[in-house]
Structures are given as structure tokens and as C-alpha cells.
Design a protein around this ligand. Sequence first.
Ligand SMILES: [Zn+2]
Length: 247
Amino acid sequence: MTIYYASLFFILGICLGSFFNVLIYRIPKNERFINGRSYCPKCETKLSALDLIPIFSYLALRGKCRYCSIKISIRYPLIELLTGLLFLASFVYFDLSFELIRSLVFISLLIIITFIDLDHMIIPHSLTIFGIAFFFSWHLFFNIGQLPTYVLGLIIGFFSLAIFVFFGAMGGGDAMLAAMFGMYFGISRTFVTLMLSFIIGGVFSIIVLLLRKRSRKEKVPFGPFLTLSALLMLFFDYFFLAFYGLQ
Ligand SMILES: [Zn+2]
């Protein structure tokens, strides 16, 4: 039975990942993403149902558009696979529970936000505000006694990064993402997540400077470091909380 559910969540993940690819492409362009079939960005041919099967259509077409043969980025199937694997990991970690549903919403938002940030150096407020509202309502319905912890987490998350936004080192979207972490994780987990993001971001910057692949002035989005830390916190929370003596 476990195998059955595990495959179910993996398949759900790759299908949703395919939808996230559309959102990542369309949200920054303010295109309508609910209506309208997916189309090839080059020849603008509407894709058939066959072209929309995640991962397999990419493999079957050998990474090329069926109509104009333009190369399709390998990122599309990789995002589908990543979503599938993270959904599977979430099922393994949380089993069938309310917590599983909450984590799947969180993971979905993280994937969409991170790849938009990598492409455009922005984190749309619509996504973080949706996340904050969703998790706030969640606590309101299922966990009202703990609500103050999460509201405080949101405030601490936001203002921890707002300092960096003030000095121009980060964007307002990063602070909003940290606020969303606060609403999802509560105070101590948010604190550790932000610490981790500074460590990972710092190590990355040092390596890049040593390799001199980018000039010092070129900006690196901070969202991916925040996301990576949040995923580590999601699945290895006991390890990291113990490390900081918070549990
Ligand atoms: Zn095409």
C-alpha cells in the first residue's frame, strides 16, 4: 500500500511540476495561466495533449518541439522530476497526514518562486502573499492555539531580511519570502532557516569569488538559498534544531 501511495504522490508531483513550468513562464509576464493551452514559445503552435505528458513527452521528442524542432530546455523535465521527488520525499517524511498537504503547498510555492527568481531576479508578491494567507488560514482552522508563534515568526522573518533590503543587498521579495517561512515554520524554525541561508549563501559567494566566475558587482538572487535552507529545515528539522540547541 505504501508503494501505491508513494507512486501516486510521485506522479502527482511530476504532473503538477508540468503546471509549475507554465506558471514560472507566465506569471512574470502577467499572462493568463488558467485558461489557454500551452504553446511552443518559438512557433506558438498550441501543444496537443500528447505533448503535455510530463518527462515522457520530452524524452519521446528527444528535447525538440514536434512542430518547429526548436530545442526545448532540459529544465522543463528536470523541474517536473524535482517536483515529483520532493512530493515523494514529503510523503515518506509526513506519511498520510494534514501536515503532508501543508508541506506540498509549501514545496509547490518554493519551486515556482525559486525558478522565477533565477530567471528574473524577482519574487512576485502575489505568490508570497498567497502563501502567507494560506498558512495563516490553516493555523486559524487547525491550530489556533499556536497562531501567535507563527505570526511572530512572520514578523521576525520579515524584519530579519528587511535590514538587508534597506541597504539594497536584497529585494523586498526576499523579505516577503522570509515572512512566508515565518508563517509556515514558526519562530525557532524560521530563525534556523535564515541562519542556514546565510551560511549557504556565504559559502557560495566565497566559492564564486575564488573561481572569479562572476564579477563582484553581478547580483546573485538570494531566493534559491532561502528555498534550499527551507527544504533542509522541512526534512531535517530535528537535526538542525538540535544543532542550534533549540530542541
Ligand atoms: Zn515549436
